[in-house]
Write a protein that binds this ligand. Sequence first.
Ligand SMILES: Nc1ncnc2c1ncn2[C@@H]1O[C@H](COP(=O)(O)OP(=O)(O)OP(=O)(O)O)[C@@H](O)[C@H]1O
Ligand SMILES: CC(C)(CO)[C@@H](O)C(=O)[O-]
Ligand code: BAL
Length: 312
Amino acid sequence: MNKASCNNIKIFRSIASLRQWRRECLLRQESVGFVPTMGALHKGHMALVRRSLEENKHTVLSIFVNPSQFAPHEDLDQYPRTFESDLEKLKSLGNGTVDAVFVPTVGEMYPSGINLEVSKQKGAFVNVLGCSEQLEGSRRPQFFRGVATVVTKLLHVVTPERVYFGQKDAQQCVVIKNLVKDLLIDTEVRIVPVIREANGLALSSRNVYLSDATKDKASIIYKSLKAGEEFYRRKVQDGPVRADDIISTIKASLQNSSLDYSLQYLAVSDRESLDDLKIVEPSKGALVSTALAVKDDQAKEPTRLLDCIILE
Ligand SMILES: Nc1ncnc2c1ncn2[C@@H]1O[C@H](COP(=O)(O)OP(=O)(O)OP(=O)(O)O)[C@@H](O)[C@H]1O
Ligand SMILES: CC(C)(CO)[C@@H](O)C(=O)[O-]
Ligand code: BAL
């Protein structure tokens, strides 16, 4: 069996070895929780792991930098790959850590091969229509097709009772919920709140591209979202609130900061359909999500930072 063990954490590098272990769990009627990641683990990932540990007998975490969600001009090659320190972080959780880490190869995950140019791709892909095109999708047109495809493959292999995603990637959560519903996949999707630095910056693997000074300045993103939320809370006492007024409040806060950024989108959306809202009704609430391309002297390319809050 292609399986290695590391302080009791099993490392599965092939689909067959993971499936064999999964079959044994099924025979013993033991539940499995699954945390898909692209590695470069941080406390945000650990929050997903902790939630899975609480709710399942076993937990599997996958590390796979999925090529099909990257456009040819994006950072697939530079994306941080830190397997040894990822494993150390998982081990440091102690006895209550993951049972297994699944690290498949690109060849096994894409038996027909994978080309980053969509027009040159062959084989089966999954599209979740209606919620993949706006927000992130407007900036990264092939992104959710890649995410939905790889998550479908991973769910076929792991067949977990529950799968865990972070609210930071708010649109991804909506896409995955619809994917699981529409393809009749037998797993429960669990969403875990955003984990942040003490200053409010959302943890993200791509934060490693930024200097400490820029990370400090980037904390204005969450502070600005919170300013929007406070504005909403004040106004909603008198009835529905105009989305444009929430957006203006957030933009004003961002513009008053020393962060060097260009705003890719800032939207107030329906929490389920992701449709743009003109008015936020207190009974329905809204998702406020944003992406900024942040410039840093240390990095050649701007770094895209995502964040969001839910208005309830
Ligand atoms: N700060 C966070 N709080 C909660 N969940 C998070 C956080 N950051 C990432 N996650 C979740 O961890 C899972 C794996 O994400 P991924 O490995 O892409 O890390 P990431 O930090 O989102 O990386 P990137 O910088 O590429 O966006 C996703 O479900 C993601 O939403
Ligand atoms: C869900 C995911 C692991 C699919 O590659 C990725 O998009 C991520 O880490 O958010
Ligand atoms: N967490 C999102 C993964 C990506 O940006 O590719």
